[in-house]
Design a protein around this ligand. Structure first.
Ligand SMILES: C[S@@+](CC[C@H](N)C(=O)[O-])C[C@H]1O[C@@H](n2cnc3c(N)ncnc32)[C@H](O)[C@@H]1O
Length: 278
């Protein structure tokens, strides 16, 4: 990280927790002067809009925004300071870090995953924040009363994520094709506002870790955690497998797939034209 950015993050303490691993197990206690009763984490928090609005609406909850991009954490912390909220903290982690490195067993009451990077390619399936192995990993920081809420503008990511819930041992509490109808008071994140303006819906669900995960999925999770070569990574699923049959009928194409889907539509039209000319 550039020295200037490091200095900026240091100047933003305590809004930025510079050593989040040292706060593990004591996030609620680390913020003095208040009696916080709940801890909610926004994983991939971006510029912090969701946590800042949530914090204003829920003063007895401590919100921790976590992201892997240093300048994003700096901007989010600056925004929180300007908004005058005291029940927010931000933590910078590495892209491959596990949340269990900075949160203790049963420490997190609610985990928000808002508009995660979809990682459409099969090769990147295990980077998705809602893939089965990651969902199994989150169980380490959740209690049986905790929940995970996910929102996305990507229908393929949403449909893929729904397939990951059961093998990871979670119960689906609800799913929605437009979360704002289900939760009208839920804050709109920066990315949600941007994609809504482009005609997207916010698909989403809430899940709870109530069942035993599938033993084969646990084996893969354990092999990943131990970096053991014993279990071969199973071939990941491409999000392109979750596109609808009629691509032209899609009301909105998520930005990471837009170019490829447009090319696929063009190819389909070319084939149809050639067939017509036969
Ligand atoms: C599309 S943005 C969404 C930001 C915000 N949640 C919102 O709804 O406006 C995805 C965010 O996830 C962060 N991110 C992606 N992979 C991550 C990882 N492995 N760990 C932490 N943050 C990650 C990115 O840096 C980015 O800020």
């Amino acid at each position: 990280m550039k020295e200037q950015l490091q200095r900026e993050l240091e100047s933003l303490q305590p809004m930025v927790e510079l050593d989040p691993a040292s706060a593990k197990g004591n996030w609620l206690g680390s913020v003095t002067g208040n009696e916080y009763r709940r801890l909610e984490v926004d994983y991939g928090c971006g510029m912090g809009e969701y946590v800042i609005k949530s914090a204003k609406a829920n003063p007895v909850t401590l919100f921790v925004g976590v992201d892997c991009v240093p300048y994003v954490i700096a901007d989010a912390a600056q925004n929180a300071i300007e908004a005058g909220v005291s029940n927010v903290r931000f933590a910078l982690i590495e892209e491959d870090d596990e949340l269990a490195q900075i949160f203790d067993a049963e420490e997190v009451d609610m985990l928000h995953i808002n508009f995660p990077t979809p990682h459409a390619r099969a090769h990147d399936a295990e980077k998705r924040m809602t893939c089965c192995t990651k969902l199994i990993g989150y169980r380490e920081i959740l209690s049986s009363r905790s929940v995970i809420r996910m929102k996305t503008d990507s229908q393929p990511l949403f449909d893929y994520s729904l397939t990951q819930i059961k093998p990871a041992g979670y119960r689906l509490n609800w799913r929605a094709n437009e979360v704002s109808r289900m939760l009208p008071m839920d804050p709109v994140s920066e990315y949600e506002a941007k994609t809504k303006a482009e005609g997207a819906c916010a698909y989403g669900f809430e899940i709870a870790p109530l069942f035993d995960p599938d033993p084969d999925a646990v084996k893969i999770y354990e092999a990943r955690s131990e970096a053991s070569p014993a279990v071969e990574p199973s071939p990941g699923q491409s999000l392109y497998d979750f596109l609808p049959g009629d691509l032209k009928a899609m009301p909105y194409i998520p930005s990471d797939m837009r170019k490829s889907v447009e090319n696929m539509i063009e190819a389909q039209e070319r084939i149809a034209r050639n067939r017509g000319g036969e």
